[in-house]
Design a binder for this molecule. Structure first.
Ligand SMILES: CC(C)(COP(=O)(O)OP(=O)(O)OC[C@H]1O[C@@H](n2cnc3c(N)ncnc32)[C@H](O)[C@@H]1OP(=O)(O)O)[C@@H](O)C(=O)NCCC(=O)NCCS
Length: 188
């Protein structure tokens, strides 16, 4: 079955539906402690040599085919052949969006663009009423992204990450709040 997921774009980025061959680039970038430490403990660590292949082939692509998750590889418009990050949407309870970026590109506001494009898709195309994402309180960059995008903390507690159990906040934004923030009429 082919992916029905569309390409998306932002001012500086191209978002393409994840494909099997992306595992080569992911394997080359992703296994870095500063990327994985605040991610879901399903990420194996130390990261095996076939970790990205197993993730793309056995986890991400089947979930996309079954309509349980949506993953895009991200490239800059300047270098569209080079994967620099992955952004994901998931139907999982209280864990609907995930992202990571090649650290050589951190601090330029790129994830804000990618995250906004994926969030638009969640509300406008997938027509979901609410988006929730748990984040380690220590994950300052990711937290700042939530603040900037108008999300609210709805729960505080502990959650397990690759690094171990950490103080956590659950961030939320509703479709109405997102659309008001974007100053857009509702899609329907
Ligand atoms: C989270 C991540 C994708 C952010 O990517 P990025 O493109 O560097 O993010 P941005 O440049 O858009 O910056 C996001 C915000 O964080 C802020 N920020 C960045 N590093 C920070 C730090 N160390 N301390 C405080 N704020 C920080 C930026 O100033 C920006 O805030 P602003 O828009 O209000 O100015 C990147 O750090 C990453 O890949 N982390 C590892 C994976 C991960 O933790 N994913 C999220 C799991 S919840």
């Amino acid at each position: 079955m082919t992916s029905l997921l569309p390409d998306l774009s932002t001012e500086r980025l191209l978002l393409r539906p994840l494909v099997l061959e992306d595992h080569f680039a992911i394997q080359a970038i992703f296994p870095q402690w500063r990327i994985v430490r605040h991610l879901n403990p399903r990420v194996p660590w130390p990261y095996p040599a076939d970790g990205a292949l197993i993730f793309v082939r056995d986890v991400a692509l089947p979930a996309m085919r079954e309509g349980r998750a949506w993953h895009w590889s991200i490239r800059t418009r300047r270098a569209p052949d080079i994967l620099i990050d992955v952004v994901s949407l998931m139907r999982d309870c209280d864990d609907n969006r995930g992202f990571w970026l090649d650290p050589t590109h951190w601090g330029q506001g790129l994830m804000r663009e990618a995250s906004d494009a994926a969030t638009d898709y969640w509300f406008d195309v997938l027509d979901q009423p609410v988006l929730r994402v748990p984040k380690a309180i220590d994950n300052l960059a990711s937290r700042a992204l939530s603040v900037r995008s108008g999300m609210r903390v709805v729960w505080r507690g502990e959650k397990v990450y690759v690094e171990g159990s950490l103080p956590t906040e659950l961030w939320e934004i509703t479709a109405d709040e997102w659309r008001r923030r974007q100053s857009r009429p509702a899609a329907k």
